[in-house]
Design a protein around this ligand. Sequence first.
Ligand code: PLP
Length: 402
Amino acid sequence: MSTAQIRLNDRVAAMQPSATLAMKSRAAEMRRQGHPVVALSAGEPDFDTPAPIAKAGMQAIQDGFTHYTENPGMQALREAIAEKLERENDLRVSPDQIVCSNGAKQSIALAVHALCDEGDEVLIPAPYWVSYPEMARFAGATPQVVHTAVDHDYKLSPERLDEALTERTRLFILCSPSNPTGAVYSADELEALADVLRRYDDVLVLSDEIYEYVLYGADHVAFGSLPGMRDRTITVNGFSKGFAMTGWRLGYLAAPTPIADACAKIQGQFTSAPSSISQKAGVAAYEMGSGPVDDMVAAFRERRDVVVDRLRSLEGVQCPMPQGAFYVYPDVSSYFGAETPGGETIKDSSDLCFYLLEEHHVALVPGTAFGAADGLRISYASSMDDLKTGLDRIEAGLEALR
Ligand SMILES: Cc1ncc(COP(=O)(O)O)c(C=O)c1O
């Protein structure tokens, strides 16, 4: 058999590769070719894991804590998470309702696969995190994308939610603080969404709260803590963003018992528990105190202000003020239809990002990847120097368009 004859699973063949990872590898390839690319496309903090956490990981290795743990995660970590959820999020769950996985990405995949069948719909507000629709499709379900508007800070209104729900809706995925927009729903806004959901008994909610700690003054409200929502909400969170632990691969979900059990069953057959070393480090993260996280968030806030000020000064760019995460999502649609100096027409944000990368050596992620083609995502998880250089290049690139 030649490699050309190898037949892949239909769902794998239909899956889109992650656009953020694709941008990262294209920028790396250009760097290898000698181009001085500034990458403002990263989806991870540019800070190292705080020392007390790293030390706990090293200690785990030295102590020989290097074996499989219980499949849903070791008891001490699940207890620490349950305490955190009660203390910080007003969410009462038992450690048995928590499943720890190799990152929040796996937690979301587990929940989507545990819940969705062929014919089910998964409601996803756009701009969305790139993996949600692919996971829904891979589970056999149909992603239903509901669009939000830049002048509503890309937040879903209760009216739009009500219009979009159908009798086939199985799961509604909410992400606050949001990747890619940085939007944060207030308690009142979440309550208004919950009020709509109370009329749809069968709809479950996956609340992705991975950016919970990266907030600029707004309060984080766990969707599952709202009256009547706990028994229909899968809360997903993890250590990657708030504790700068992306490489440790540690996330978790907290869910009603039948859902947590189903997720644990899938995990038991597919991957087993996350790394024992990372789990020890996770316990240390909750014991560390908030100092290192506060410092990181203060740095992000300073950068956010610089980036947003600068973007707002550019002609034809509309940029809401993000309240959390480390992304901005400016609307650049006024440049669609413009021509590059090379005579190419910019049709959409994908063309614009490609042009900015190839001609001006700045890597961004096009809105087409997030289901909202009028915008693009700029990550400010980069040094201030890189941000300033990157913004200069964006400005020069936009000015050169006719
Ligand atoms: C919205 C959102 N959810 C989940 C994840 C996955 O995070 P983890 O590194 O814990 O798998 C990411 C990472 O980019 C994200 O942006």
